[in-house]
Design a protein around this ligand. Structure first.
Ligand code: EPU
Length: 337
């Protein structure tokens, strides 16, 4: 195991922020990870996965551990289903494509989500009516303090909307090393209720879609609305969609009759943050090298050499403006470092 010093993290975070790591260690085996954790000096650690859900606002003094564990294995299978184990450092979308090649169904709606396998459970990634938790069986994680390996069942993970135990009670205590998903081999359950998916499939003249058709539709939709981090730095949705009370929603509706919403329960309604930000006039706004994407107001972008601080200031301006105009607080989905 070697540790490099003064490493630029620009290519390790999808926002493309040029923060520096004082020391950087590439982790390619679970044993190395355990050894590094055991023998490390008392300095703090910074765990880096796919770097797709973070905004770096400063250089990192902590020891950066880049979780680069690779491998995909079939653990068990029946006539109908298969359990696949993927290591934390595998790229999420490459894994989705691998599953499609093998005709394993269940995660096709999650095509093209940036990031790695190991970070997927932390925020229970989701898109177009499907979340990671729907196929999740368990994950393995190393306890940072005592280096023991622990299995987390779906219940242990306490998944919610963009939430899990790894962001709450056990924050910064474990490093996920692998994830096990149960996928279908036959009779796939398709999730094509989302209007945009229905329309995309109809436009393509597809009446009985395969999982590959659904994936292709999702890829086309995402490519039409979301910037490719390889071309324009971004971290996907920067904010979570706020959940507000039904009373608050009725007040909002009086002033803005066109406000879209999704009912969560009898008492709660989710409002798209993208709509609030667009109404607040930020969609497509560019300041120097950063701004709000012109096709999806929920996505903040780095056009080249923006700093994390600049993007954070923009995010704060958006939050205070949305609060002032709509009396709604929007929380960041991205981790601010
Ligand atoms: N909208 C606007 N203006 C915008 C963007 C959205 O008015 O600029 C309104 C529209 O009314 C639209 C509605 O918001 O119908 C919902 O937009 P969209 O379908 O794009 O979904 P979203 O709520 O903005 C969420 C996820 C995305 C995921 C999509 C599709 C969150 C925070 N984001 O976005 O996830 O791809 O649904 O399921 O829940 C991500 O997490 O990085 C991400 C991209």
């Amino acid at each position: 195991m070697t540790t490099a010093t003064n490493v630029s993290l620009k290519s390790f975070n999808t926002f493309g922020i040029d923060a520096k790591a004082a020391s950087f260690c590439n982790i390619t085996s679970v044993e190395t990870l355990q050894n590094v954790l055991k023998t490390r000096p008392s300095r703090p650690l910074f765990i880096l996965g796919g770097g797709s859900n973070m905004l770096l606002t400063k250089d990192i003094e902590a020891l950066v551990l880049h979780i680069n564990l690779k491998g995909i294995d079939i653990v068990s299978e029946t006539e109908h289903t298969v359990i696949v184990k993927a290591m934390a450092g595998e790229n999420w979308h490459d894994f989705v494509l691998w599953c499609l090649q093998h005709n394993y169904g269940g995660i096709e709606n999650l095509s093209l989500i940036p990031g790695n396998i190991g970070t997927a459970p932390i925020q229970n990634i989701g898109a177009y009516g499907v979340e990671l938790k729907d196929t999740f069986v368990r994950c393995e994680a190393i306890h940072i303090k005592n280096q023991s390996l622990r299995l987390f069942s779906k219940t242990d993970c306490n998944f919610g909307y963009r939430e899990s135990v790894f962001k709450q009670d056990l924050r910064d205590q474990y490093i996920i090393t692998s994830v096990y998903l149960e996928l279908t081999k036959v009779n796939h359950t398709l999730h094509t209720d989302y209007g945009v998916i229905k329309n995309e499939l109809a436009d393509r003249g597809i009446e009985t879609p395969t999982i590959k058709d659904v994936s292709n539709a999702v890829i086309a939709i995402r490519q039409s609305k979301l910037p490719d981090p390889k071309e324009i730095g971004n971290s996907g949705s920067f904010f979570k969609n706020p959940v507000i009370s039904i009373e608050g929603f009725h007040k909002l509706e009086q002033n803005f009759p066109d406000v879209p919403s999704y009912k969560i329960s009898e008492a709660l309604v989710k409002v798209p943050a993208g709509w609030l930000i667009e109404k607040a006039g930020f969609k497509g706004k560019r300041f120097k090298d950063y701004g709000v994407h012109h096709k999806q107001a929920l996505v903040l972008v780095n056009y080249g050499d923006a700093t994390g601080k600049q993007i954070l200031e923009l995010a704060q301006l958006i939050q205070t403006t949305v609060k002032r105009l709509f009396n709604i607080s929007i929380e960041t989905e991205v981790n601010i470092i």
